[in-house]
Ligand binder design. Structure first.
Ligand SMILES: C[S@@+](CC[C@H](N)C(=O)[O-])C[C@H]1O[C@@H](n2cnc3c(N)ncnc32)[C@H](O)[C@@H]1O
Length: 472
């Protein structure tokens, strides 16, 4: 390690900036934000520094830096020199070095007792990033990444946790017990509530856990379940929230449609359990999956249940939630991009369009025993863009049903295989040729059937892809 990362308290303490240009102004801004009394020595002040002066945020010592001028300036705790004259920067460095006051010459690590990191500011939480002065640009790239990963609400979360610190200390006397308490609390549902401003619910969670601990002496609270929509295939289509919860999980239950790259994003040590259809084996029954989620949560595990697309669109997510509710297990459902939205966007056409379709129907093409049949009469006259999930096997029925109720055989149709993945295939056809197109092309699952005038927009948008197969 080149530098020891420490956070210094400079509130109401004198700090000095030498230089009045834009770089000096940015450094002054950091001192100001940390509550310092900032003096600036410079013969003149440029725009930003003028602004600080006008706001009463700095004291201006007009003139050049010299030993003599230092007699009129309070002894500073920290000094930054950011002038464009190297002889001035060196004079500042030598003077304060001799007086054992830490000094930083901007952008010259060899003349720095301390360096200023890139900052992700979620005050009171502050994250500092340093490359030891080797690459400020790399530090900024890392900062940009962290900015997207850490919601703004972490400010609120940190303040809330701070407010409870003493109360928890009084309730749990042993250090280890407090550690376990905070670790479990800060890895789960509580974070989400606090980050999204649901302070009341977050506080209720802390209180409830505190009561549990005080009542039973048990410091390991119950687990929780995150039912996460993993999107249709492209791993980048996972949501930030889904990713965040996935990375907290001790156990990950996943099914066939979840991209392997998404599984990789979980914690290395998390247990991964496949609950999808296995070749030549029966798939794990839905009620067994429901029970597995409950059992794991009761063991105190944080469980991520990854589902393809969106959990509440032909995803049986509600059945899983029902059993969790029955057992009073905390859970969250994170929506995902459903196949219809992902596939249409990646295939190059919208699902609605002011000239072609005012509504969309998401339809299951796979009819459960005893379930009511697809209402072809309603669909055929609805003007909906129709998206059939699990509809490949029933393509002949879908085609016949819609045409029998008056839809034109020339209505455009599209078959999208492995939508949003690198090997996505789009086959454009017509309703009248749909089943013929399905049987004459070796369609690979997962695949979606779309029927509707809106597919015409694809050509208008010049989105014909090189991988497109047009039926004979
Ligand atoms: C059990 S449903 C799950 C749907 C999922 N919950 C969603 O919101 O997308 C599975 C069906 O979704 C469709 N599907 C899912 N992902 C797909 C993809 N990447 N490309 C094409 N179809 C997809 C297929 O019709 C597949 O048979």
């Amino acid at each position: 390690m080149d530098y020891l990362p420490i956070f210094t308290n400079i509130r109401n303490q004198h700090c000095l900036i030498v230089g009045g240009g834009p770089v000096a102004a940015r450094k002054a801004d950091l001192f100001i934000q940390a509550g310092a009394i900032v003096t600036v020595i410079a013969p003149k002040l440029a725009g930003e520094m003028q602004f600080h002066l006008a706001q009463g945020k700095i004291i201006w010592q007009m003139g050049r830096f010299s030993e003599a001028v230092m007699r009129d300036v309070p002894v500073p705790k920290l000094v930054i020199s950011a002038t464009d004259r190297q002889e001035v920067n060196l004079a500042v460095y030598r003077y304060f070095k001799a007086h054992s006051i830490p000094v930083n010459v901007a952008d010259q690590t060899e003349y720095c007792d301390f360096i200023l990191p890139a900052i992700v500011d979620r005050s009171p939480m502050t994250i500092a990033i340093s490359t030891g002065g080797r690459s400020p640009v790399l530090a900024r790239v890392m900062k940009a990444r962290l900015e997207t990963m850490i919601p703004q609400g972490f400010s609120r979360l940190t303040a809330l946790v701070g407010a409870y610190r003493e109360k928890v200390k009084a309730a749990i006397r042993e250090l280890e017990g407090r550690k376990v308490f905070w670790e479990t609390l800060l890895d789960g549902l509580f974070i989400d509530k606090a980050v999204h401003g649901k302070d009341g619910e977050a506080e209720a969670l802390i209180d409830e856990k505190l009561e549990q601990v005080m009542g039973s002496g048990q410091t390991v609270p119950r687990g929780e379940v995150y039912i996460i929509g993993a999107g249709p295939g492209d791993p980048d289509l996972m949501t930030f929230k889904g990713l965040r919860l996935l990375q907290q999980a001790d156990v990950i239950l996943y099914d066939r449609l979840v991209a392997p790259e998404i599984l990789e994003m979980g914690r290395r040590e998390a247990e991964r359990i496949y609950v999808g259809k296995k070749e030549k084996f029966h798939k794990v029954a839905q009620q067994d999956i429901n029970q597995m989620l409950v059992n794991l949560a009761l063991e105190g595990k944080r469980v991520a249940r990854l589902k393809g697309g969106d959990p509440y669109i032909f995803g049986r997510g509600a059945e899983e939630v029902a059993l969790l509710v029955e057992h009073q297990i905390p859970y969250q459902v994170v929506p995902g991009i459903t196949a219809a939205a992902g596939c249409a966007a990646y295939a190059g056409f919208p699902l609605t369009h002011r000239d072609y379709a005012q509504s969309v129907a998401l339809v299951t093409g796979h009819q459960q025993d005893g379930a009511c049949d697809i209402d072809y009469a309603r669909l055929a006259h609805s003007g909906d863009t129709m998206v059939f999930y699990m509809g490949i096997k029933n393509a002949p029925k879908i085609q016949a049903g819609l045409i029998a109720h008056g839809m034109s055989p020339t209505t455009p149709a599209a078959i999208i295989e492995k939508g949003t993945r690198i090997d996505q295939k789009v086959t454009v056809t017509t309703l009248g040729q749909l089943s013929e197109t399905v049987s004459s092309n070796a369609i690979k699952p997962p695949a979606l059937l779309v029927v509707g005038e809106v597919i015409r927009v694809r050509e208008q948008l010049h989105a014909k892809k090189h991988d497109e197969r047009v039926p004979a």
